[in-house]
Design a protein around this ligand. Structure first.
Ligand code: HEM
Ligand SMILES: [Ca+2]
Length: 296
């Protein structure tokens, strides 16, 4: 038990959660992809020394910003939306009582809901870190080149099991990846559908075009099971996605979820809560930041 509670803001600031939801919905009305980007921010926060808002800190002489780590640089997005949420929430609460780490967790949930996915009760009361670690971000955020044993180990190090790995990878039902992250797969791997390869090679050349985008599944704005059914037909975009079919237990889960949206929803919600419970700062550890980009 991490000490978090879904009722944490009920009395301190009952308007906090509706305010987060409103700003997330406004942002998604501007750009649907933002839902994917916000979901990913929470993941990249939690995997680096726990869900403590560390990913939001800008570089300074004393902050080793995670924004510059390889998995985040020119890739993590949505920071302006988090700033906007923090602004509005602090206004409606009258003072800064909602942590940036909690904002990330709620914005991730609200994004999934807005794109047609399941809802869950977000456990709250995380406090914000006063440090960040670029090296920890590089070491702990999984890379798309990882094989299945490496992915399993990476999740295990966070207290997450093989089912969490498969179902949370299902977040790739949303959003996009850049050519540089799937080039090796489409030019060198063989466990990939040939027509899918031809199409992707038109988007992603062997040389150049590093930041060109392809959707992670055929419906990148819809929280459905197409991610899993695509894996079953060798149309996973990232090497790490397709790798889930390489193991007995993980392959079985992929096939189960590909035909059972309800099961995917239920297990995704459960694993998101589990991920959100990774090493939160509570009690008098950490702080409630005034500005998500800076320590107080
Ligand atoms: C299992 C290991 C994982 C690996 C290796 C991985 C890797 C990646 C990579 C390389 C991208 C594309 C980034 C870019 O090209 O800019 C991406 C995108 C994304 N990832 Fe993952 N990821 C993993 C797990 C997760 C998890 C657990 C979540 C959330 C629960 C998640 C959510 C997302 C989302 C939503 C996007 C799309 C973001 C956007 O369009 O802005 N990923 N991931
Ligand atoms: Ca989808």
């Amino acid at each position: 038990n991490s000490g978090l509670s879904s009722h944490y803001y009920d009395r301190i600031c009952p308007e906090a959660l509706p305010t987060i939801k409103r700003v997330v919905e406004d942002a998604l009305a501007q750009e649907q992809r933002m839902g994917a980007s916000l979901l990913r921010l929470h993941f990249h926060d939690c995997f680096v020394n726990g869900c403590d808002g560390s990913i939001l800190l800008d570089q300074t002489p004393t902050i080793d910003s995670e924004k510059n780590a390889a998995p985040n640089a020119n890739s993590a997005r949505g920071f302006e939306v988090i700033d906007k949420i923090k602004d509005e929430v602090d206004k409606v609460c009258g003072r800064p009582v909602v942590s940036c780490a909690d904002i990330l967790a709620v914005a991730a949930r609200d994004s999934v809901v807005a794109l047609g996915g399941p809802s869950w009760k977000v456990r709250l009361g995380r406090r914000d870190s006063t440090t960040a670690s670029q090296s920890a971000a590089n070491a702990n955020i999984p890379a798309p080149s990882m094989n299945l044993p490496a992915l399993i180990k990476n999740f295990e190090d966070q207290g997450l099991d093989e089912e969490d790995l498969v179902v949370l990878s299902g977040a790739h039902t949303l959003g996009f990846a850049q050519c540089r992250n799937f080039r090796d797969r489409i030019y060198n791997e063989t466990n990939i559908d040939p027509a899918f390869v031809s199409h992707l090679q038109t988007i992603c050349p062997q040389v150049g075009g590093d930041s060109r985008l392809a959707p992670l599944d055929p419906t990148p704005n819809s929280f459905d099971v197409k991610y899993f059914s695509s894996l079953a037909s060798k149309k996973g975009l990232l090497s790490s996605d397709q790798a889930l079919l390489d193991g007995g237990e993980t392959a079985e889960l992929v096939l189960k979820y590909s035909g059972d949206a309800e099961e995917f929803w239920e297990d995704f919600a459960e694993s998101m809560i589990k991920m959100g419970d990774i090493k939160p700062l509570t009690g008098n550890r950490g702080e409630i930041r005034n500005d998500c980009r800076k320590v107080n």
